[in-house]
Design a protein. Structure first.
Lengths: 414, 414
């Protein structure tokens, strides 16, 4: 866990810990290998998550106009704000697969429902991987039969949804309130095709707090705006991205959290905290990445501008390659701010690379180039731009662009 | 020259030929080495272009909010629609350089004006290279003193504005009309930071036709919309991009071409033709590129959508890496169309890679994968997407993304 893992707030405290989607009470998960694509024999690729209790549920979906079959089905199933299980696979996106793809997604929901004694409408289906391939349903049927969700299965779930990710991303949070304690858990996969507004990204969040569906949806939107939507890896978005949260209330009898509830602010903070942790981890493990880049923008004219600038800088290929090469080529940062669409005045900008001021008052500032190069060799690089125009701030996360990104993506289907 | 170099139109014909900015009558150019940055001893980096006659002139400038000193000065000088000379340098962008940068740009204009017996206001200044460095004015003064523009200097001019370009881009066109013949010439530099709406791109166009300033500006905007604004290399745009056209009327006494003039359509076609040729050459020589990618969109709902889709596909890192790896991963093309912002319906899309249909009727189409892989190994890759929604078409150009792009850009200032 990083240094910001603990947060104190009026009315409670949030503490991150190593855990995942089965950390909150009443959630079980597990994974199996269906050999959906040719991958190492120990690569899990089919995952199941379920709640012992009914759940409020909310999700955000890709903004891509091309939408995969699993995603279309899940949108329908989640329309009522309820869900109780997730079946997910990696290796095949089940996108651009027409009627047959939709039938396959429906069968996945049905198979999971039968196994868990639920209705298919209570099951969310998520698929990630190559576009334009059909799911090998026979292998999925066999693998699912051998899969047994447990309280300890959260990490296997996180592993099974990975594609080009090199490490699973999983975290949990303990939330202490005046009225008791509840937990949040989450996992995510990313790696390539990652950009604000959902990318080749799946994230699953669970909580044993009781939360009203409407409030859950609004909380998820706000949390995603500050986390997943502030992260970019390569500017591409996929047809299958979704972020799902399920709240089962298993932490104990309580008035469900909703707008105006005394625990609402704390729940929002905890959900945002978990999402931000996962978003940073996704950026850090971007395809081929060797470094996490954090871009902090302060003093923007308004929040929209702050976000635009932070995302443009984090997404600039020239900034990303410069960070990779430890090259303090700060002009590329100003340039990205300049084309972000935000109001920018060079005369009022101050720019810092790893805390060292390199530009201020409209002029290059003298700095110790060797020292900055060395500082840029860190696994985490912070770029801070003070814009001097207003009160708004934003933070975005990205990663460096390396030869390895090109190697991975020039032969993905092979 | 490529196969489309000759175009017949009612009232005339356009023929491209090897030439450049000094092909039209009355233009002289030359270049010298000022050693603006540490580069091979034979790298020209200071260039001068002038017309023996007064010119109508028009220019397009970067949309970046951060604008270099040379660009700001040139905007002022071109406000009246007249110009007679260009002084350009590579190696240093003279951007983010404050008052001193502006004074340096003014001195460049003054030095060129003195040499050519013009007023500084008749001189356009263009700079490209590293941001945040000051120009070495002493070296520029000495180099300019030794520079002598000639009728044969067009190619040297094209060479001197190159940064990471590997080859100069230069072309000329002969336009035969009922009323006589005139010539156009052009050169451009690009390589990185290239994206629609101007990038690290400079292009200079000349003609010995007589053209009214207002019409010249409008013609340039239209030509750029179909050429330079449909080209993307890495999504970054720079503070210094400009496209300039100068028309000196030296081809002979004639009524200046303007709106409604019988030669207006032909002039527009010729200017667009020259710009398109240069745009393709810029894309082909993108930083680290091994292939030119041409994306043709047909059947879009409207022109805006057609352009959005073509540019999104040409700009997708995942499409670019797949093309590099000869990987027929066509799902990435549909995905890019999906996030382009345009109206997209998978069911009506037909997608072709190098002429082979890979997706239609909402379904993957069987194709000979080995044959398509081999076809993708060509130096020119054509992706065609028929959208089936309307009459609009657009073409965009880009290049593949290679390890070499990362290598070049991870150590640019060093």
């Amino acid at each position: 866990m990083n240094e910001s893992s603990d947060v104190g707030l009026p009315g409670g405290a949030i503490s991150l810990f190593d855990g995942g989607v089965t950390s909150p009470l009443g959630f079980l998960a597990g994974a199996a290998r269906a050999a959906i694509r040719d991958s190492p024999a120990d690569k899990l690729d089919l995952a199941l998550l379920c709640s012992l209790e009914p759940c409020s549920a909310a999700a955000l979906f890709t903004t891509n106009r091309v939408r995969g079959a699993s995603l279309l089905l899940s949108q329908r199933h989640l329309a009522g704000g309820r869900a109780r299980a997730v079946i997910a696979n990696s290796g095949c996106a089940n996108a651009s697969t027409g009627e047959r793809g939709l039938a396959d997604a429906e069968e996945m929901a049905r198979l999971a429902a039968e196994k868990l004694s639920l209705t298919p409408q209570e099951v969310v289906v998520a698929s990630t991987g190559v576009i334009g391939w059909f799911l090998p349903m026979d292998r999925i049927r066999s693998a699912l039969a051998a899969l047994h969700p447990t309280r300890e299965g959260g990490l296997d779930f996180a592993r099974a949804i990975m594609t080009t990710d090199t490490v699973p991303k999983s975290v949990a949070a303990s939330v202490s309130t005046n009225g008791g304690r509840y937990l949040l858990g989450g996992c995510a996969k990313g790696s390539g095709m990652i950009h604000p507004q959902m990318a080749t990204m799946l994230a699953f969040l669970t909580t044993d707090a009781a939360v009203q569906p409407d409030f859950l949806r609004e909380s998820l939107r706000r949390a995603a705006d500050e986390s997943f939507n502030m992260m970019t890896i390569d500017g591409d978005t996929s047809p299958d991205d979704m972020v799902l949260v399920m709240a089962n209330g298993a932490a104990g009898p309580a008035e469900p959290i909703g707008a105006g509830h005394p625990g609402a602010v704390l729940f929002q903070a905890a959900l945002t905290h978990v999402c931000t942790h996962l978003a940073r981890e996704l950026a850090r493990d971007g395809e081929g990445a060797s470094k996490l880049i954090e871009v902090r923008v302060e003093g923007a004219a308004d929040e929209t501008d702050a976000r635009r600038v932070a995302r443009a800088v984090a997404g600039s290929l020239l900034v990303k390659t410069a960070v990779y090469g430890c090259d303090p080529n700060w002009g590329r940062v100003l340039t990205a701010a300049g084309y972000s669409g935000a109001q920018v005045r060079e005369e009022t900008c101050r720019l810092y690379l790893q805390g060292v001021r390199v530009f201020a008052d409209g002029l290059p500032q003298p700095f110790d180039e060797a020292a900055v190069r060395e500082a840029l060799a860190s696994h985490e690089v912070t770029i801070k731009l003070e814009m001097g125009l207003g009160p708004a701030t934003a933070t975005a996360w990205g990663c460096d662009l390396t030869e390895e990104y090109v190697r991975i993506n020039s032969s993905y289907t092979t």
